[in-house]
Ligand binder design. Structure first.
Ligand SMILES: [Zn+2]
Ligand SMILES: [Zn+2]
Ligand SMILES: [Zn+2]
Length: 81
């Protein structure tokens, strides 16, 4: 099955977010829907429908929380009246 090299950010909250798909590794199989070799007209569900796990991950470490966590954190703060 086809796989990707990806870049991502590891946040302080523990979440990992993929920021870019850098390079595709085409497996060259006719039975993988993600491969360039796969016939377009094929609708067989026996063919692989998904990408494999990332081949490599370039990870940058962030000391911040990811956006959803930041929003959750700030919306949970008690509001001053
Ligand atoms: Zn493939
Ligand atoms: Zn197919
Ligand atoms: Zn998070």
């Amino acid at each position: 099955m086809c796989q990707y090299d990806t870049s991502g950010v590891q946040y302080a909250c523990g979440h990992y977010l993929v920021t870019s798909l850098d390079r595709k590794h085409d497996c060259g199989s006719r039975y993988c829907t993600k491969s360039a070799k796969h016939p377009r007209e094929c609708r067989s569900f026996d063919c692989k429908q998904y990408y494999g796990p990332d081949l490599t991950q370039k990870t940058s470490i962030s000391t911040a929380y990811c956006n959803p966590c930041q929003e959750a954190f700030f919306s949970n703060l008690p509001r001053r009246r």
